[in-house]
Design a protein around this ligand. Structure first.
Ligand code: ADP
Ligand code: NI
Length: 219
């Protein structure tokens, strides 16, 4: 059973994040966080040993001041720490920070498997929101907000070997499917997420098939 104190902390954290991320235009708005939080709780049902406080706080804070908009890789953890300080014990804060720091995709060639159960579940929930019908919407929203082209047949996908290369890439959004989104189904940590990812992968594949049919001028 969740203690009343923990419940209140999760609730106030949700409110804090909602206020900070509401209306964000790269697909990292409050509703993305809300879906990740809900999915994380759903996936955790299969793992009774999950530290639910760490899981919920981590899911809620995973994209706060993310490098993609703040420009700094450490910013997320710092804001999370600042917010949680004096609201819960330091062991919980460290676990939340660790989980957040391990969520992000860093390029096709980089191993980003989290080291804790809570981190694995949050990463799966976050990655599920990057694929399927929702993922398609978020990818084009991100591309638009960052001034990227939808597609440019002259620019081929790149297999990024390190985070720096991935972070600095400015490719078009269709490439992002090959550089990240199609890879995610084979990088899920939990069984339930893998099953959902396989379904969402098929939706993206079908969509891109149609996209290229129309692009070719024959459909
Ligand atoms: P992660 O921490 O793994 O990057 P996030 O939830 O913070 O996960 O962000 C992932 C989302 O950002 C993806 O769903 C994708 O839509 C979007 N995104 C990131 N980079 C790009 C890109 N180069 N082109 C299009 N979308 C992108
Ligand atoms: Ni996210």
């Amino acid at each position: 059973m969740k203690s009343n104190k923990n419940k209140l902390l999760v609730k106030s954290t949700a409110k804090f994040v909602e206020e900070k991320m509401r209306g964000e235009a790269t697909g990292h708005d409050w509703w993305h966080v809300y879906r990740v939080w809900r999915m994380a709780r759903r996936l955790a049902k299969n793992y009774k040993e999950t530290d639910m406080l760490v899981l919920e706080l981590g899911a809620l804070l995973h994209d706060i001041e993310d490098w993609k908009f703040s420009g700094s890789v450490e910013a997320s953890g710092n804001v999370a720490e600042q917010w949680l300080k004096s609201k819960c014990d330091s062991a919980t804060i460290e676990k939340v920070k660790k989980a957040i720091s391990e969520v992000t995709f860093k390029g096709a060639g980089v191993d980003t498997r989290p080291t804790t159960l809570e981190g694995m579940i949050i990463q799966d929930a976050d990655r599920l929101d990057a694929i399927g019908a929702l993922g398609i919407a978020r990818a084009f929203s991100y591309g638009g907000a960052k001034g990227r082209e939808i597609y440019n047949p002259l620019l081929k996908p790149i297999f990024h070997k390190n985070f720096k290369q991935y972070k600095n890439s400015k490719g078009h959004t269709i490439n992002h499917f090959y550089e990240k989104l199609f890879l995610l189904k084979d990088r899920m940590n939990t069984k339930a997420a893998k099953d959902l990812a396989t379904k969402r992968y098929k939706i993206m594949k079908k969509y891109l098939g149609e996209f290229f049919k129309e692009w070719s001028g024959k459909a």
